[in-house]
Design a binder for this molecule. Structure first.
Ligand code: OGA
Ligand code: NI
Length: 356
């Protein structure tokens, strides 16, 4: 018989298994300290992240560019509609992801996330026995460039998994490039600035499965963090709300909009814009009786790119707020430290840090 506590990946429980055996048990390692508990945090339901229409942006509608500017400046988060990725493909991506997570544990464990790495099935960012854990199972994979792929970790079940992820990723890549063109326009810099600088951009995907949780009031599906990417594209299922974005010290839930994709600014763009556009902390909460899925693409410069604030965006008054560094080094720093708000970005900061 399997008892909770013995069902482990490395030294971490597999939450789906834990729930299957004892649905109401939530081990202490998942219960957050008071200040991190969803039930104790301020949630703002009257605000909503902006929605940007890609077709209008492509069609040069001035109002839409203004909307994008505001979204980048004031939110760091927005949803895009008319983004050019067919509904059928989004549905297919969600379906293969769901099918994967529904496979028996033995099947999923064929793709284990090795300790210290972030690819495969398992828990990333676990560094100590004391650390609080996220109520989530994840599968993370490098997609582009080809050398970041570990083909042994690409599931062979469901059968259409790889083919679907491949096609999906190629479309998301085009979307990211387009978005970066428009974001450059909002900054008044040459529209191909980012795409040119990024070289052969790195693209990775993380699929998150958040099982229901009997203590959803006091656990987190995913700890608060900002993404290390330049931009992130998140697809979420329609079943329930889980993603929350920090704004004015309050958590704003990101309500699923049919066929929309959630975009957010990552640390790399914060550095390159010299803080004009900031990466924003976000987290995922769980639901008591509903599971939730998200498929997340991280888009970032090639590892060999040396980057820092773009000279066009550094004013004499403010000077550079961030160092110039090798992006590969930042990526390594990000994946070897636990998720803790925007702490990882201290790596790139000049002068006294403001984050704790
Ligand atoms: C992430 C992330 C949120 C979610 O994977 O970086 O922020 O809702 N996910 O799954
Ligand atoms: Ni994130």
């Amino acid at each position: 018989m399997v008892v909770p506590g013995e069902v482990k990946i490395g030294h971490v429980d597999d939450i789906q298994e834990l729930r299957r055996v004892q649905p109401s048990v939530v081990p202490k390692r998942y219960v957050r300290e008071d200040d991190e508990q969803p039930v104790r945090s301020r949630v703002c339901t009257s605000l909503e992240v902006p929605i940007v229409d890609m077709e209008k942006l492509d069609g040069d509608h001035h109002d839409e560019l203004v909307r994008l500017t505001v979204a980048c400046q004031d939110w760091g988060f927005f949803q895009v509609v008319n983004h050019g990725i067919e509904e059928g493909l989004l549905d297919a991506m969600e379906a293969v992801t769901r099918e994967f997570f529904m496979l028996p544990l033995e099947e999923k464990e064929k793709y284990p996330m090795a300790p210290g790495t972030i690819q495969g099935y398992g828990h990333a960012f676990v560094f100590s026995e004391e650390q609080k854990l996220d109520w989530c199972n994840m599968l993370a994979l490098g997609v582009e460039p080809a050398f970041t792929r570990n083909p042994k970790l690409w599931p062979t079940k469901p059968e259409k998994f790889s083919e679907t992820l491949e096609l999906y990723s190629s479309k998301v890549r085009i979307l990211c490039q387009k978005l970066l063109t428009h974001i450059a326009r909002t900054l008044g810099i040459s529209s191909n600035t980012f795409n040119k600088m990024f070289g052969e951009a790195v693209q990775a995907v993380r699929m998150n499965y958040y099982p229901p949780c009997a203590r959803s009031d006091s656990v987190l599906g995913l700890s608060s963090h900002s993404d290390g990417s330049a931009i992130t594209v998140l697809q979420q299922d329609m079943a329930c709300v889980g993603l929350q974005v920090l704004k004015n010290d309050m958590w704003v839930p990101v309500k699923p909009v049919p066929d929309a994709l959630v975009i957010n600014i990552g640390d790399t763009l914060e550095v390159m814009t010299n803080g004009k556009y900031k990466s924003v902390e976000h987290r995922a909460v769980t639901n008591e009786d509903k599971e939730r899925l998200s498929m997340v693409t991280f888009y970032a410069p090639s590892y060999d790119v040396v980057l820092g604030p773009l000279s066009e965006l550094v004013t004499e008054d403010e000077g550079s707020k961030y160092k110039t560094y090798n992006h590969g080094e930042y990526s390594r720093h990000y994946v070897t430290n636990r998720l803790q708000g925007k702490k990882n970005l201290e790596f790139a900061k000049i002068g006294p840090t403001t984050y704790h």
